[in-house]
Design a binder for this molecule. Structure first.
Ligand SMILES: *[C@@H]1O[C@H](CO)[C@@H](O)[C@H](O)[C@H]1NC(C)=O
Ligand SMILES: *[C@@H]1O[C@H](CO)[C@@H](O)[C@H](O)[C@H]1NC(C)=O
Ligand SMILES: *[C@@H]1O[C@H](CO)[C@@H](O)[C@H](O)[C@H]1NC(C)=O
Ligand SMILES: *[C@@H]1O[C@H](CO)[C@@H](O)[C@H](O)[C@H]1NC(C)=O
Ligand SMILES: *[C@@H]1O[C@H](CO)[C@@H](O)[C@H](O)[C@H]1NC(C)=O
Ligand SMILES: *[C@@H]1O[C@H](CO)[C@@H](O)[C@H](O)[C@H]1NC(C)=O
Ligand SMILES: *[C@@H]1O[C@H](CO)[C@@H](O)[C@H](O)[C@H]1NC(C)=O
Ligand SMILES: *[C@@H]1O[C@H](CO)[C@@H](O)[C@H](O)[C@H]1NC(C)=O
Ligand SMILES: *[C@@H]1O[C@H](CO)[C@@H](O)[C@H](O)[C@H]1NC(C)=O
Length: 392
C-alpha cells in the first residue's frame, strides 16, 4: 500500500532556472505538494511534472537532494546513493511525468528533493525549490503524574501536521481504545486508567513508544492482617499488619483501639499486648482511610490459674465426698455388726474398741486389741489383767 501524507494544499509551483538563454516559459518542474509530512516507515509519493521547449529529446531524468556541485560536475543522482537506491522508485517517464516513490522513510530522509532533467540539445533544468519532505514519528504527550479525579488529556504528537484525514488509534497496555482523534480526554481520571499508552495512525505500521500514565490516589481497601491467631496468652503479643491499596504506597500508619481517641501505635505493623478491637489508618499525601477493627483476645495466666484451681478443687471435693460416702456406708455396716456382736467371736479391731466403750462384753477381746484401745480407756484398769482374756 502506497501512502503519503501531505500537509500543504496542492499549489502548482513552477520554479524555473534558465540555462543557455532559452525562453523560461517552456522550461519547468512542478510538484503537486511543496511540503510533505510523512509518518516514519511509510511510503511517500512525490507528484511531479516537467516541461521543456518542443524539439528537445530527454536524455536523462533523476532526483537529487544536493544543489551544491562544481561547475563541471553533474548533481548526484539519488538512485546512486546506497541510502536510497533500494527504496526509490521512478514512477514517471521521459516525457513529462517525474513522479517518484520513496518507501520506508526514516527521520533522516527529512530533506528538500529536486527533479533534474537533461536534453539532447545540452538543455539542463532543475527546480529552484524542490519538495520538502518532513518525516515524523509519534509521541504520546501526557502529564507525568496525575491524581484520581483530575481532568487529563493525552495527545498523540507529530513534528509536522498530518492530514485531517489521519485517524488515530490508541492503545493502553497494548489494548485498543476507541477514539480516532489524536487527543484522548479523561474528564475525571480513575486509577484504572493508569497504564502504558501508545498511539498510531490508521493504515500505518509506525506506533509510538509507550508512555506511562501514573495515577496517584489516597489509600483504599485498608485492612488489618493478623499474623497468627487473634487469641494469645498474656505476656505474648500478636502482630497486626496494616495493608492498603494506595499510590504512592502509604508509608504512614496509625493504630487505634476502638473507643480510644488517641493512637496506640504507628508503623505498618503493631504488636498488640492487650485484648481489644484494633484498627489502623493508612495515610499518603492524597488522604487517608481506616480499616475495619479486628479483635484480639488475651487469655491471661490468672484465668488459667483460676481454671486450674477450679479443676483441682472440684476433684478434691469429689474425692472427699467419695471417701465420706464410703465411710458412711462402712459405719452403717459396723452398727449392724455391733448389734450382732454376741453371736460373733471376732470382729474388727477399731469397731471393737468403739463398741467396747459402750458395750462391756470382752470375752473374746485379745490383748492386742485392748492395747489399741488403751488411749481411750483408763490404763490402770488393765494393770492386773492377764495377757489373754482379761475381764473387767
Ligand atoms: C498525484 O497527482 C495525480 C494527478 O494530479 C493525482 O491524481 C494524485 O492524487 C496525486 N497523488 C498524490 C499522492 O498527491
Ligand atoms: C550512477 O551514476 C553514474 C554516473 O555517475 C551513471 O552513469 C549511472 O547510470 C548511475 N546509476 C544509476 C542506477 O542511476
Ligand atoms: C504520473 O505517474 C504516476 C504513476 O504512474 C501517476 O499516478 C500520476 O497520475 C501521473 N501524473 C500525471 C500528471 O499524469
Ligand atoms: C500545524 O497546523 C496548525 C494549524 O492547524 C499550526 O498552528 C501549526 O503551526 C502547524 N504545525 C506545523 C509543524 O506546521
Ligand atoms: C475522543 O476524541 C474526541 C475528540 O477529540 C474527544 O472529544 C473525546 O473526549 C475523546 N474521547 C475519549 C474517551 O478520550
Ligand atoms: C478495593 O475496593 C474496591 C472498592 O473501593 C473494590 O471494588 C475492590 O474489589 C477492592 N479490591 C480488593 C482487592 O479488595
Ligand atoms: C508472622 O509470623 C511468622 C511465623 O508465624 C514469622 O516468621 C513472621 O516473621 C511474622 N511476620 C511478621 C510481619 O511479624
Ligand atoms: C507513580 O508515582 C508514585 C508517586 O511518585 C511513585 O511512587 C510510583 O512509583 C509511580 N509508579 C509508576 C508505575 O511510575
Ligand atoms: C502521618 O499522618 C499523620 C496524620 O495525617 C500526621 O499527623 C503525621 O505527621 C504523619 N507522619 C509522617 C511521618 O508523615
Amino acid at each position: 500500500m502506497v501512502t503519503s501524507v501531505r500537509m500543504a494544499p496542492p499549489l502548482p509551483l513552477i520554479f524555473l532556472l534558465m540555462i543557455h538563454g532559452v525562453s523560461s516559459a517552456d522550461w519547468g518542474v512542478s510538484y503537486s505538494s511543496s511540503h510533505i509530512c510523512a509518518l516514519k516507515d511509510s511510503s511517500v509519493i512525490m507528484n511531479c511534472t516537467y516541461t521543456y521547449p518542443t524539439g528537445h529529446q530527454i536524455k536523462r531524468v533523476f532526483w537529487t537532494k544536493t544543489k551544491d556541485k562544481k561547475e563541471t560536475e553533474e548533481f548526484p543522482d539519488l538512485s546512486n546513493d546506497t541510502e536510497y537506491s533500494q527504496r526509490l522508485q521512478y514512477l514517471g517517464d521521459k516525457q513529462q511525468n517525474c513522479t517518484i516513490r520513496l518507501s520506508h522513510v526514516t527521520l533522516k530522509d527529512s530533506h528538500m528533493y529536486y527533479f533534474r532533467f537533461t536534453t539532447d540539445k545540452d538543455g539542463k533544468w532543475i527546480g529552484k525549490i524542490g519538495v520538502t519532505l518532513t518525516v515524523t514519528d509519534l509521541q504520546v504527550e501526557s502529564p507525568e503524574r496525575v491524581t484520581e479525579g483530575d481532568s487529563v488529556r493525552l495527545t498523540c504528537k507529530s513534528s509536522c501536521n498530518l492530514t485531517d484525514r489521519a485517524t488515530f488509534i490508541w492503545y493502553r497496555n497494548s489494548q485498543k481504545i476507541l477514539n480516532e482523534s489524536n487527543k484522548l480526554n479523561f474528564k475525571s481520571v480513575r486509577r484504572e486508567d493508569a497504564g502504558r499508552y501508545s498511539c498510531a495512525v490508521h493504515g500505518h505500521n509506525h506506533i509510538s513508544p509507550a508512555v506511562q500514565l501514573n495515577v496517584t490516589y489516597p489509600p483504599r481497601n485498608v485492612s488489618v492482617l493478623i499474623n497468627g491467631s487473634g487469641e494469645i496468652v498474656s505476656g505474648d503479643s500478636v502482630t497486626l499488619i496494616c495493608s492498603s491499596d494506595s499510590n504512592p504506597p502509604a508509608l504512614n500508619f496509625s493504630w487505634f483501639k476502638e473507643n480510644e481517641s488517641s493512637a496506640v501505635g504507628s508503623g505498618q505493623s503493631f504488636s498488640a499486648l492487650q485484648s481489644g478491637r484494633f484498627y489502623c489508618q493508612a495515610h499518603n499525601q492524597h488522604g487517608s482511610q481506616r480499616s475495619d477493627a479486628v479483635t484480639v483476645t488475651v487469655k491471661g495466666h490468672l484465668v488459667i490459674l483460676y481454671i486450674s484451681i477450679g479443676v483441682v478443687c472440684g476433684a478434691a471435693v469429689i474425692i472427699m465426698m467419695l471417701v465420706w460416702g464410703i465411710r458412711r456406708m462402712k459405719k452403717r455396716n459396723d452398727t449392724q455388726e455391733s448389734q450382732m456382736v454376741d453371736s460373733r467371736p471376732h470382729h474388727d479391731r477399731h469397731k471393737a474398741c468403739d463398741v467396747e466403750l459402750s458395750n462391756p462384753v470382752y470375752e473374746n477381746v485379745t490383748a492386742d486389741q485392748l492395747d489399741d484401745c488403751k488411749p481411750e480407756l483408763n490404763s490402770s484398769v488393765y494393770e492386773n489383767l492377764p495377757q489373754n482374756n482379761k475381764r473387767l
